[in-house]
Design a protein. Structure first.
Length: 173
């Protein structure tokens, strides 16, 4: 739900002032770190992860609409493309990784290392699901929605989605 409101703020008539972008990024990072100070188990996860994530997404989306994405972020394009698969699979894959680690004798003393392994397994699984399942399905959908011989010009997700929406509306008319 916060994502929809962020889109309204960033893409709608309201504007996120440029001078607030850097402070929002700093605030989100401080909120992420606050879990270590206040003990992750004592606060609701929506406060520890949801609110800081929403603030960070708001700041980065506002920055991207003004100046485009920073060059160093292009490395994350593939992961961003696989984000839906990551969203769907991360809990299952993290559980499988952590149960496997426990079965192999992993202990709580090495929780950060085991957590990193779990995150890595989740990312690899999501990239595989994106490459072998999601991309072929999207390619099939685009071939049905876009007119013959038309290609989408932009790799930007917002541009792609807008092009799909326009093509869908034209096909209905």
């Amino acid at each position: 739900m916060l994502g929809a409101w962020i889109a309204v703020l960033v893409l709608g008539p309201a504007d996120v002032p440029e001078r607030t972008i850097a402070p929002l990024i700093v605030i989100s990072l401080l909120l992420f770190l606050s879990g270590a100070v206040f003990d992750y188990g004592r606060l609701p996860s929506v406060l520890l992860w949801g609110v800081p994530s929403a603030i960070l997404v708001l700041a980065l989306a506002a920055q991207e609409t003004r100046r485009g994405a920073p060059r160093w972020m292009s490395a994350f394009t593939t992961l961003g493309d696989a984000s839906y698969a990551l969203y769907l699979l991360h809990v299952l894959l993290l559980d499988i990784a952590l149960l496997s680690i426990k079965a192999l004798g992993g202990t709580a003393e090495h929780a950060i290392a085991w957590g990193a392994i779990g995150v890595g397994v989740s990312i690899i699984g999501a990239l595989a699901a994106h490459h072998f399942v999601e991309r072929p399905m999207l390619r099939n959908l685009r071939s049905r929605v876009l007119p013959e011989g038309k290609e989408m010009a932009s790799r930007n997700a917002a541009d792609r989605n807008a092009a799909l929406l326009r093509a869908s509306e034209r096909s209905k008319a």
